[in-house]
Design a protein around this ligand. Structure first.
Ligand SMILES: [Zn+2]
Ligand SMILES: [Zn+2]
Length: 260
């Protein structure tokens, strides 16, 4: 499966997953214009055949443009019942729900979900094909019981590493917002992310640090916190960016040309 992260952070999230048969957009926090620009930046056309726009939760940095994506791509918006109920969608948009903890399939991709602690209903997702497994874990205040097991077999793990606690404490955010971000239903710190990695039975082949705060974190701090756990144990480490796309995995066209 190829993963293309179009943008990650509090100003907007969207990523595209592509298996051999099926494409799925996950989160719709970037405007459609920006989405197109991000694909152009990596020399690609935006997708036209998408099975669904999956929305992890109702916050606008994940859900604001769900109607536009679904309308332009002629596909449904799929989310938990709580999330569908609390996002504003145009009446013409088709919706489908899923229940956290129950798997569902889109083409050859099976999607598993797990409720995780945030200040609105939120899920971690795991996308599986016959050959690989990708975990997406962002927007959570702490690592709940069961999450390590949920992602322990993932080949690729997209994991929130939102803030450095000292930078957050000393930074410009108002006290209420500092409390929200660092609270048990806010966002995962660098240290909490690396603690989760340290507790995994198997390390993923690839880890992508996601949803880094541009105010309360630095790429250097996030990277060094994860590297302290991953060391030289063969896991590739990447950082997702708010403004620039990141593409992981083989180009499907290339696979097809080579008959792989
Ligand atoms: Zn977010
Ligand atoms: Zn959120």
């Amino acid at each position: 499966m190829r993963v293309t992260i179009l943008g990650s952070g509090s100003e907007g999230n969207a990523l595209l997953l592509e298996s051999r048969t099926t494409s799925v957009l996950v989160d719709a926090g970037l405007s459609h214009r920006k989405l197109v620009q991000r694909f152009e930046a990596i020399g690609r056309e935006p997708p036209t055949n998408v099975a669904a726009v999956i929305v992890t939760h109702s916050h606008s940095d994940h859900a604001a443009h769900a109607s536009t994506y679904a309308t332009r791509l002629c596909c449904p918006v799929r989310a938990s019942e709580d999330t569908i109920a609390s996002i504003r969608l145009r009446p013409s948009v088709r919706t489908q729900t899923f229940t956290a903890g129950k798997r569902f399939a889109l083409g050859d991709i099976t999607i598993h979900s797990l409720s995780i602690p945030h200040d609105v209903p939120q899920v971690a997702l795991r996308f599986e094909t016959s050959t690989t497994s990708i975990g997406l874990v962002t927007d959570l205040g702490h690592v709940p019981k069961g999450l390590a097991a949920f992602v322990s077999e993932c080949e690729t793990l997209l994991l929130e590493s939102n803030h450095d606690p000292d930078m957050l404490a000393e930074g410009p955010y108002p006290t209420m917002l500092k409390r929200r971000v660092s609270g048990s239903h806010g966002h995962l710190s660098n240290g909490q992310a690396s603690d989760l990695l340290a507790g995994l039975a198997h390390l993923p082949k690839r880890v992508v640090l996601m949803h880094l705060s541009e105010t309360n974190n630095s790429p250097r701090l996030a990277r060094s916190s994860a590297e302290a756990v991953l060391g030289h144990r063969g896991t590739e480490l990447f950082l997702a960016h708010q403004q620039e796309p990141l593409e992981l995995g083989p180009r499907l066209e290339l696979q097809m040309q080579l008959g792989l």
